[in-house]
Write a protein that binds this ligand. Structure first.
Ligand SMILES: Cc1ncc(COP(=O)(O)O)c(C=O)c1O
Length: 410
């Protein structure tokens, strides 16, 4: 591990020197300092053919992390089975410990998985459901998790209660009450999105968890879009289970996620892949995957270093600034429909915009073909528009082109 991270230090020198110039600048001020962000942008290799406003699927790596990753691929290829038999498992634990440090949680409650789907489905499928048990979720939650709840309904006879989150809530209470009203004395698990992926809407997770616990219901949080996007620690959410992707906002190579399970719940979950030789309360029991690309895991510490160097507060403020920059120019225009709340506490980098009379798929098609802007069309769960997801390399002039395109199309 020492050897692997030394290589990354020398490669990062350029970025570190750049960041040194800005050490004392407050994040809020830097959010609109284009010279600063130009230095960050230079660390990415960007396709010239179009503007990528679809970072919600995968936040590809800055060159520095990519080089680290390639170094790990070479090293593992050199060490071969010796690494896989001897060092792999200890290193994975060290990686998980560093990730636990970032998330402010205990090391023995967190594992590195292959993606958010694996993390969240481990919980949904791992509970010892009884027929008639109820689970509560929203139609705006991610499809793969909703599918796993449907499978649990077929397999164990659970009942799924599905709410619809309002696009523009008047208060936190409105959201908390929505979930509270869906809970009966048969409810066992509530799943909530920390940030709804199709709109970027941030939910009042702590308040929902407190309410659910008051009714004896556990909470699973889908944080696929919040790790390394907005600042928080897992314990402050007061949830029972938390899953996320790391190839999204942390910019880890494809195929990494995290699962956090509150210590007292670890022994109660069935693993997704059988594992019988570990104590019930050892979270590694939930982490048996078979052979997989370990170099991805080894790049997690490098991606964390990159994130910390750029600065979590700077990143969050920049992403919110970029979103506000373009939504502020179109929010009040006729025929343009913003599907993301305006309150800065309820949103950050992601927002969704629709145009009256245009199907989201046609809108995305026109944005791509006519304006060379790549977005994600969303047409369901009461959301009709294109998801717009900038990243820290995005410039306001990229977004001016989006604004101009939206105005013309509207
Ligand atoms: C809210 C949400 N949950 C879960 C997932 C699944 O993530 P992964 O592809 O890493 O399994 C996604 C992916 O886009 C998502 O947006």
């Amino acid at each position: 591990m020492g050897l692997l991270s030394l290589a990354s230090v020398s490669r990062t020198y350029g970025l570190e020197a750049w960041l040194d110039n800005y050490q004392d600048q407050p994040a809020l001020k830097l959010a609109s300092d284009e010279t600063f962000w130009e230095g960050i942008r230079m660390g990415y290799r960007l396709k010239p053919e179009y503007i990528n406003l679809e970072n919600g699927y995968y936040c590809f790596l800055p060159q520095e992390t990519l080089e680290n990753f390639i170094g790990h691929v070479r090293e593992i290829n050199y060490q071969g089975s010796w690494y896989m038999r001897g060092v792999q498992f200890d290193n994975k634990k060290k990686v998980a410990a560093k990730l636990a440090g970032l998330m402010g949680c205990a090391t023995d409650e967190l594992i590195v998985t292959r993606n958010a789907t694996e993390s969240l489905d481990t919980v949904i499928s791992g509970i010892d459901w009884k027929p008639g048990d109820e689970a509560v979720m929203a139609e705006q939650d991610y499809g793969a998790m909703l599918d796993m709840f449907r499978q649990a309904a077929k397999r164990y006879g659970i009942v799924n209660k599905i709410v619809s989150v309002p696009l523009h809530p008047a208060s936190d209470d409105e959201i908390v009450d929505l979930y509270a009203n869906a809970i009966t004395d048969k409810a066992r698990l509530l799943m909530i999105s920390h940030m709804i992926n199709i709109t970027g809407h941030i939910l009042p997770v702590r308040k929902i968890c407190d309410m659910a616990h008051g009714k004896g219901v556990q909470v699973l949080v889908d944080g696929a879009h919040t790790v390394a996007h907005i600042r928080f620690t897992i314990p402050e959410l007061n949830c029972d289970y938390f899953g996320s992707s790391l190839h999204k906002w942390l910019s880890v190579p494809l195929g990494a996620g995290l699962l956090w399970v509150k210590k007292e719940n670890i022994g109660k979950l069935w693993p997704l892949i059988g594992c019988n030789d570990l104590p019930a309360d050892d979270i590694s029991r939930l982490n048996h995957t078979g052979t997989h690309p370990v170099h991805t895991d080894l790049t997690i510490p490098d991606a964390i270093d990159f994130y910390l160097k750029v600065g979590p507060e700077r990143k969050e403020e920049r992403l919110r600034y970029l979103q506000k920059y373009w939504t502020g120019k179109v929010r009040d225009l006729p025929d343009i429909i913003l599907n993301t709340p305006a309150d800065p506490a309820r949103c950050c980098g992601i927002a969704n915009v629709g145009i009256r009379g245009i199907k989201p798929s046609d809108m995305a098609d026109t944005l791509q073909k006519k304006y060379k802007i790549f977005t994600a069309p969303i047409d369901g769960a009461n959301v009709h528009g294109c998801r717009i997801t900038p990243n820290i390399y995005t410039t306001p002039s990229d977004l001016d082109l989006l604004v101009n395109a939206l105005k013309e199309m509207a």
